[in-house]
Design a protein around this ligand. Structure first.
Ligand code: ADP
Length: 462
């Protein structure tokens, strides 16, 4: 019998599980038993030295608490103002401060100690995302030899961008302390291997694994997916809700967290280009961009919000008619069922990130379509989803004319071609469904080379 599963993620869900990844991890924890560890969802709960139990369910949820300063330095600082921009090729937005790194390491070390206290020998640890890169190295230094897997949900950085990190040499060492380094795409795997190849401390073994100091790490891609059966079922009964007086004839939908990586200014400008180039003045496409607020305590996010308000105002000022507002920029979250209903109602799904680990909106849009009369996905080639979704119209979001042309083509696409492209995309979405993703990852982790016990001396000097 396999040991318990210990999941570590930034967000620890409360209430009924919802959302593909949360449900999948919940199911894996139900099946194996275990513990889900994450930051306390209530930021007013400040505290330090223990893990707090949240509710009683078949597996345990334990929350770690951050002080206000730690939240600023560890979370908004090192995680979201250093690692996030580095991984998304926005090195211009990096803010380096020594206290960011110090608190990032301090929070991870505190967490490692708390987790190590509670680990049984057969337990398997699965760490999620860039908030916890050094966790395995710290657990190893405490003598933990359990299998520890990591999954990076965001893009693996370019080797040249990594050099901008304070102490860039740490990055490879952090990751090599895991047994399995899971990444979204084959492109991410290539970048991770390039990092190890350039590092004299790393040695490639004949089975493709990487030996680094005393550790052996497997690097592989596990493209994440969605619960497509559930989204397809929701879409069949979902109601997009009322549109008011201006019910759009041709609806283009965008739904993103309001993040500078999502290429929203590019999306708006490309839509403006489409309006500018319209031959048929009676054509009245509407871009409905729903953007959920995100990370407003980081300056770059406040800036992009202002930029988007200015661009949408300009485009609407230029092209609106008395009975038509071409761009509707809705800066809030929308209930899940309604969002899926809007996706099904839309003729085009427009997904334009400049860099994105996977992009689940692209997969949700495909799953939400009616197969006999589907809408068309226009997808940035810089989303991880584009690596396999060749049925989408792939675009370079920096090329506004190309994006405008793709939207135009999508709006006019004959039914046969829409069906064919949609069937191709849906096959990819179904192949990567989230329940399969969890099973594949955990099976691979179980088959990884185990970590040998380090002597106390080695552990202490690690
Ligand atoms: P990220 O994880 O970077 O935010 P993804 O596209 O992978 O990007 O996942 C975003 C998730 O948030 C999707 O499940 C999507 O449906 C949901 N979402 C995005 N925008 C909104 C919105 N405005 N309202 C509600 N849900 C949203």
């Amino acid at each position: 019998m396999a040991g318990r599963l210990i999941v570590i993620s930034n967000r620890i869900p409360t209430g009924d599980p919802s959302g593909g990844l949360v449900v999948a991890l919940h199911d894996a924890l139900l099946a194996r038993g275990g513990v889900w560890v994450g930051a306390d969802p209530d930021p007013s709960e400040e505290g330090r030295e223990c893990l707090h139990e949240l509710g009683d369910i078949p597996y345990r949820k334990r929350a770690f608490r951050l002080s206000k300063t730690e939240r600023q330095n560890y979370y908004s600082g090192f995680a979201n103002s250093v690692l996030w921009p580095i991984c998304h090729r926005r090195t211009d937005l990096i803010e380096i401060k020594s206290e960011y790194r110090a608190d990032y390491l301090a929070v991870n070390l505190r967490l490692a100690r708390l987790i190590a206290q509670d680990l049984a020998p057969q337990d398997v640890v699965w760490v999620h995302d860039y908030h916890f890169l050094p966790l395995a190295m710290m657990l190893r230094s405490l003598g933990v030899t359990n299998r520890i897997g990591f999954f990076l949900h965001i893009p693996f950085p370019n080797i040249t961008d990594l050099a901008i990190l304070p102490r860039p040499e740490d990055f490879a060492r952090w990751l090599a302390s895991y047994n399995l380094l899971g990444l979204q795409t084959r492109g991410d795997v290539a970048r991770a291997l390039e990092m190890f190849r350039a590092d004299p401390r790393a040695e490639f073994l004949r089975d493709g694994t990487v030996k680094f100091d005393e550790h052996i790490v497997t690097v592989a891609s596990f493209p994440i997916g969605i619960d497509c059966d559930q989204i397809e079922a929701t879409a069949r009964r979902a109601d997009p809700g009322p549109f008011g007086a201006a019910n759009p004839r041709e609806l283009i939908i965008g739904a993103d967290r309001l993040d500078y990586t999502k290429g929203l200014p590019h999306k708006f400008e490309a839509f403006g280009r489409l309006l500018q180039g319209r031959v048929d003045r009676d054509a009245r496409p509407t871009l409905l961009q729903i953007a959920s607020p995100s990370r407003a305590d980081v300056a770059a996010y406040r800036q992009i919000t202002n930029d988007l308000q200015a661009i949408s105002g300009r485009i609407n000022g230029q092209y609106s008619e008395l009975d038509w507002q071409p761009l509707r920029f809705v800066h809030r979250s929308v209930a899940r069922d309604r969002l899926i209903g809007l996706m099904r109602r839309a003729e085009v799904g427009l997904v334009t990130p400049l860099a994105d680990g996977m992009n689940l909106v692209a997969k949700e849009f495909v799953a939400a379509q009616a197969p006999d009369n589907p809408g068309v996905l226009v997808l940035s080639r810089f989303a991880g989803a584009a690596e396999d979704m060749k049925g989408a119209l792939l675009i370079n979001p920096h090329d506004l004319d190309e994006t405008a042309g793709a939207i135009d083509y999508a709006l006019a696409m004959p039914l046969d071609e829409r069906r064919k492209r949609h069937a191709d995309c849906l096959a990819v979405v179904r192949d990567s469904r989230i329940s399969v993703w969890t099973d594949r990852y955990l099976a691979r982790l179980a088959s990884c080379v185990p970590t040998l016990a380090l002597s106390r001396h080695q552990a202490a000097s690690a």
